[in-house]
Design a protein around this ligand. Sequence first.
Ligand code: SAM
Ligand code: SF4
Length: 482
Amino acid sequence: MSERPTYCLITYGCQMNDADSESVAGSLAARGWLRTDREDDADLILVNACVVRRSAEQRALGRVWQLAPLKRRRPDLVIGILGCLAQKDGQSLLEKLPHVDFVVGTRDLPQIGSLVEQIRETRQRIVAIGSIDQPLAFEASPLRDDLLRAMVTIMYGCNNDCSYCIVPRTRGRELSRPAEELAAEVAGLARGGWREVTLLGQNVNSYNDGRHDFPDLLRLIAQGNGIERIRYITSHPKDHSDRLIEAVATTPQLCENFHLPAQAGSNRVLERMNRGYTRDDYLRLIERIRRALPDAAITTDLMVGFPGETDADFEETLDLARAVRWDSAFMFMYSPRDGTPAAQWPNDVPPAVKKERLQRLIQLQEAISAEVNGALVGRGQEVLVEGPSRRSDRMLMGRTRGDKVVILDGPPEWIGRTVEVVITRAAAHTLFGASRTGFQPVQKQNPHPTSMHEVEVPGSEGKIACQPVQPQQDAHATIGER
Ligand code: SAM
Ligand code: SF4
């Protein structure tokens, strides 16, 4: 029986939240904590919660309320709320939720280890919300869930002012991590057996550490460190340079995978959203990407029911979907967030109309995704095999360079390897393939030209499932919530 204290970490939200949770897990592991998925036995339960949409916030709060009976049974249990929800509501969360011991804001997460020790010693409730613009320095490396594909946060915060978005309030101003530090981290990951990294930021295009911009950073990271695939998310269309397209087109490790949130198709709505581009700007950007990389996978985020969105505005979003033909899209209903400019405006699209618009948009995009994927049938794809398929453990699941899920038949030894696959069947969210040798799936010269690299998977001590940061399998989460 272990004497080490145990914690359970529950995460809601985007990849940034997942990455924050991995950093928190690393800090706790460095102080001797063990992860568990059993809330009933945990000494500490942490909820890292998203507030981008009202529904996400309510789900997280509902989860926190569910912990109240456990706390009544075990008063020694320590419960904390982390991240965006803590940053947004701070002290008022402790007033509303008597069973919660502490809240820690987004830029205060590195203190998690010492805060928890302090609470266990003093039993005093704590609100740890410092300056929203302070730099972050975690005391240990992240404890990563996925042993093939790693998330690496390259910058914190956001300097944009999209009128609907709460993120600048919860995550502060942009702060870019030094490029050399990031290159060293990715090199370390490659040495540790990771094959793919996703570089994270709210707007990676505005990355700047004072000496390197984003294309510089990408080239530096790709330089001979052994990582096989590099992705990044999210790109803001207004800041997407041709240098970035060129970097992707000429750097073998950079996946031909562009996530470019359009949000809406109507110029009137885009202007009120304060997005900084027009529909034509967006279309021209897509054209430039496709001219350089005809097979690039392009995905997006779309929102319906923004204040003042008319039927005609919404038709323009549908029309943009038909014009661009995104590979897939995350689609949301607008929800007002306190403290944002749009929350002051009448939320005048009735819920039933929002719902109906979302349904129509999903239906259209699903049909487009199915057609776009259908065009891949008979073609070769390079697939990084991640594990058994969720639906059948006789099948494997992997991802293409365009981040599409592929189900294929193959031996378990392929897990962790890159294989060449021909697509035999396609649906809106999933491709099905068979391994084939003898074709070149990518135009660019790959630094690891043939498939089947061995992976040294590092030890996964303490890695357990309570944290819902799991690779998605057999489906690309596209609808409603992320
Ligand atoms: N930084 C990224 C960008 O600019 O595209 C996106 C970050 S945000 C966490 C992810 C997505 O949530 C946005 O692209 C937007 O579609 C959606 N979103 C943000 N605020 C929202 C709101 N108030 N209601 C509904 N969806 C929202
Ligand atoms: Fe929010 Fe806009 Fe910043 Fe994205 S770019 S995080 S949508 S403010």
